[in-house]
Write a protein that binds this ligand. Sequence first.
Ligand SMILES: [Zn+2]
Length: 317
Amino acid sequence: MVDLLRYEHGIHAVDAGYLRPGLAAIHLIVENGRVAVVDTASNACLPRVLDALRTLELMPASVDYVVLTHVHLDHAGGAGAMMAAFPNARLVVHPRGLRHMADPTKLFAAVQAVYGVEEAHRMYGELVPVPIERILSADDGFQFELAGRTLTCLDTPGHARHHLSLLDSRSGCLFTGDIFGLSFRELDVDGRPSVIPTSTPTQFEPEVMHASVNRIVGHQPDALYLTHFSRVEDVPRLAGDLHRLIDAYVDLAERERHSGPERETRILAGLWALMEAEAERQGWRLPAEQWREVLRLDIELNAQGLDYWVGQDAARA
Ligand SMILES: [Zn+2]
């Protein structure tokens, strides 16, 4: 049994089970018996996708595309294993992420720098390289057909410079990876979602993130599919919240610019204070210790990313 969410237009979400339930979704777009998989989570999540295909009476050979929104390992860590399991699939990836999928050595070293060597192996296992001839380089506007259904890649940097969003012609919806933030279902209030921007190290670019959010809203989608966690509607309101919180992240990092070795710790405390305010504003009903647990990993990564960003900025100035 898998947790398989079924939406309209042949769109499905598999709960990857990455770290905890409800953290990372792997989306399946099904058109006339052919499949595109959007994001892969880690190697350990592949059996969930195989189960989901069986549930949908589809085969591993039915998968034509594996699309990576970006090459952070909660999205791309399982790409090599998936490509080995799906003999007909081609991997669609941003040009800046391509070489990391063909040879994941450098990427894994960067991840080890964030999480530590042991933890990185525990979380991701061994990364499997993808044969270069099976990789499609997806520049802005790159289109491909899934059984006649047109999917278009949009370059949407701001979270990472190797980030794309996938526009689906049939539903008018987009698969936004991490550029439209995180929206955990545990925080919903009567079905009303909240959203939090993600400033993970090391390529957070706030101005660029604002622009990418605006570009997504400009397509006037009825809904978006986020990797963390799946479908949200009410897109213009959420975009407003993202813009407000991106600005708050920047203000916080700027305030701590000269805090020296304490800077990351102080940014982390500031982010938690910001989340307290957000809990009040959005009326989150979970007890504070529970919503803190839901957000803990991301808030810690966001603090690291903001600390890195403001440090870079200082180095440039
Ligand atoms: Zn992510």
